[in-house]
Design a protein around this ligand. Structure first.
Ligand code: NAD
Length: 466
């Protein structure tokens, strides 16, 4: 069984939980169940490592660069682990170690600012950005390493230490990441513990962390916010999305359909910031539906062992059950299944790439986050009406508008209530551009300079000169 990394040591446990291979539905591996005393030990180790880690900015930069090198040195092994625990095709899995390296290099290079507010005969007043302390980081199963690194790189760069918990569905690559980090980081700087949702709750309630950074569902995010409030821990919550894409009637249908379907079914539709509801204008509606259906039908679905597979299974049994349920509910409510619509008859959690036409607001697959390969397409004629319907949701992660007239699309895109709005693209996320949700899609920002600053607290330094 793989070990947890606590205070620079490989730590085994007497208790374990099963990890399932989503390509087969069968047992893949055991992972350690962190006991309460071991969580205390991890928190203590992180707290003890703070002073040394904060003392040398150059060392932090070079350690992050070395971590990137070690991860890239183990990229094949990490990719294999990701493929087996998530079911992703190799190309999608292989992007994650690369993302880790890119994020580490970006934050290693980024300087922590110090702002001068006043510099005159009366005073020098500056703002320094201080690390918060120990950070509890909790991650989901869809991009286990990439989303963990969105937290690790800026948090460590700013001088914090961390206790990291991956999803119980996908602990394996993150446990290995903990071992690799242990080769180059001082003991206690990055601790990796594994267990169920209760372990996440115990981390959030634990008195040691000064910040919780969480990526996952809206419901768990709300529990985290409530628990963190008890002792005013800082929180960053990156939660679910139900992104609308507004498609005008002047688009190149084939091209936009290919792009939208490719994005919507990226990682089997299991990403927060993907087009999840298409609002297509009347004049282009039927052609867009037909084009999307043809593309969906052509997608080759298979396990990661099949090098020709473009899309893998759903990554977890509950998510597979949820997609089945939402697609069945859509059919029961009169949506027209123009591609796919069913699980694939083989072991594992495979579902056909599915396009649902004549979709309307008020049906679950439109109103809820499906997080799977089933895309509803709605009709609109009046833009104001489309914008109002797109915004009539508690989600607010991303959105997009598509038109041959870029300004027309941009004007529509900016009316969408969301953290990032795209024009003729979607889900184009970058290490140097902040990312976060509005409404129930979250609070706080990751990536870019704001992502670094979110792991700091401002301290005003006022030097009197009179
Ligand atoms: P989840 O909320 O079930 O679990 C996420 C993590 O939280 C896991 O590690 C889990 O063990 C832990 N957890 C669960 N309950 C907890 C609690 N009460 N306290 C503390 N920790 C708890 O989410 P998931 O199913 O793993 O991930 C899918 C969700 O994540 C989707 O809604 C998706 O949109 C969202 N997501 C958001 C982003 C973003 O950046 N906005 C990125 C990826 C995924």
């Amino acid at each position: 069984m793989p070990a947890m990394t606590i205070g620079g040591s490989a730590v085994a446990t007497s208790e374990s939980f099963d990890v399932i291979d989503p390509s087969t539905g069968q047992f893949l591996a055991s992972a350690p169940s962190c006991r309460p005393a071991q969580l205390d030990e991890a928190m203590r180790a992180a707290a003890n490592a703070l002073r040394g880690w904060q003392s040398d900015d150059d060392h932090r930069r070079s350690a992050l660069l070395k971590l990137g090198e070690v991860i890239m040195g183990a990229a094949d092994e990490l990719t294999d682990l990701l493929m087996s625990e998530t079911g992703k095709p190799r190309g999608v899995a292989a992007a994650e170690p690369t993302i880790c390296d890119v994020w580490l290099r970006y934050y290693a290079d980024l300087s922590i600012p110090r702002d001068v507010l006043q510099d005159d005969e009366r005073a020098l007043i500056e703002v320094a950005y201080r690390p918060l302390g120990v950070v509890a980081a909790i991650t989901p199963w869809n991009f286990p390493l990439g989303l963990a690194m969105w937290k690790i790189a800026p948090a460590l760069r700013a001088g914090n230490t961390m206790v990291l918990k991956p999803s119980p569905f996908t602990p394996l690559a993150t446990l290995r990441l903990g071992e690799l980090a242990n080769e180059v980081l001082p003991p206690g700087v990055l601790n990796v513990v594994t267990g169920g949702d209760d372990l996440g709750a115990a981390m959030t309630a634990h008195p040691t962390p000064r910040k919780v950074t969480f990526t996952g569902s809206v419901s768990a995010g709300k529990s985290v916010a409530i628990a963190a409030a008890a002792d005013l821990k800082r929180v960053t919550l990156e939660l679910g999305g139900n992104d609308a894409a507004i498609v005008f009637d002047d688009v190149d249908v084939e091209r936009v359909a290919a792009t939208l379907v490719g994005l919507a079914f990226f990682n089997t539709g299991q990403a927060c910031a993907l087009p999840k509801r298409i609002y297509a204008q009347e004049g282009v509606y039927n052609d867009l539906v037909d084009a999307c259906a043809a593309i969906a039908e052509s997608i080759n679905v298979g396990p990661p062992s099949d090098a020709s597979a473009q899309m893998g299974p759903l990554s977890t049994r509950p998510q597979f059950a949820r997609v089945k349920e939402l697609v069945a509910d859509a059919a029961a409510h009169g949506l027209r299944t123009v591609a796919g619509g069913s699980p694939i008859d083989r072991p594992g959690y495979f579902f056909q790439p599915t396009i649902l036409a004549e979709a309307r607001d008020g049906v679950r697959i439109v109103d809820e986050e499906q997080f799977g390969p089933a895309l509803p397409i709605l009709r609109f004629s009046d833009l104001d009406d489309a914008i109002e319907r797109a915004n009539n949701t508690t989600f607010g992660l991303c959105g997009s508008a598509w038109s041959a007239d870029v300004d027309r699309a941009a004007a529509a895109a900016e009316r969408l209530e969301c953290g990032t709005t795209f024009v003729n693209t979607h889900a184009a996320l970058q290490f140097d551009v902040q990312f976060g949700g509005s409404k129930w899609s979250g609070t706080g920002l990751e990536n870019g300079l704001p992502g670094l600053l979110s792991f700091t607290e401002q301290q005003v330094v006022h030097r009197a000169r009179q």
